[in-house]
Design a protein around this ligand. Structure first.
Ligand code: ZN
Length: 210
């Protein structure tokens, strides 16, 4: 895999400032810790040239598409603090542009999260993990997927996500894979627990298939 994990490819306008005090992070942070325990988010010298992998977000506002997302280069941390999250205040996938604030910059895959939120107003959570078990079983599990020639964090990925939502009849939650992004899997849902449970259910199916 020649692409580099963890490098921000979109145009970022970031304001370095603390997150607004009224934003609650406990639930998001709990699920992020769970994903770390499952090795679905993390950092490992043996994987992806040692870059951190996986990220998680929760929507705050439907009208203006605002969401909280784990920060870039935080994969090595078992538990994140408030400083490790970023607030995306505006995202324009078709222009490859994102506006954010926080004490850390948003994940390099924030634009892909934005492109999922843009598909349906009731999507409240997006989890992107790296899971070889699910990714390699994309066909066996009959999972929807973006094509192998679509790289992460690009406007092409945003367009591919839009296309997937046109062709799939997804309801409250779903899981799909990114075949152009090694081990890349995305789960979304109307809540964090819905997205996470959909993901863990597919992981169990993948392990049962092996
Ligand atoms: Zn990734």
């Amino acid at each position: 895999m020649s692409e580099t994990e963890g490098v921000i490819k979109y145009q970022l306008h970031h304001t370095h400032s603390p997150l607004p005090a009224q934003i609650a992070l406990a639930e998001l942070n709990a699920w992020r810790s769970m994903m770390f325990k499952l090795n679905l988010i993390g950092q490992n010298p043996q994987r992806y040239q040692g870059y951190g992998f996986g990220n998680i977000s929760q929507r705050l506002n439907t009208e203006n598409l605002q969401f909280i997302i784990s920060g870039t280069q935080t994969g090595h941390l078992s538990v994140l603090s408030r400083h490790d999250y970023s607030l995306v205040t505006q995202a324009i996938p078709q222009h490859n542009t994102l506006f954010s604030s926080g004490e850390t910059q948003p994940s390099s895959e924030a634009l892909t999260h934005a492109s999922v939120y843009l598909q349906k107003p009731d999507i409240q959570a997006v989890i992107h993990v790296h899971c070889p078990e699910i990714w390699q079983k994309t066909q066996a599990l009959n999972l929807a997927h973006t094509a192998a020639d679509v790289a992460y964090g690009t406007p092409e990925m945003a367009a591919a996500v839009t296309q997937l939502f046109k062709s799939e009849n997804w309801q409250q939650s779903a899981v799909f894979t990114l075949l152009g992004h090694e081990d890349g899997v995305i789960a979304f849902g109307i809540s964090l627990s819905q997205a996470a449970c959909a993901l863990i259910t597919e992981l169990a199916k993948a392990i049962a298939e092996i």
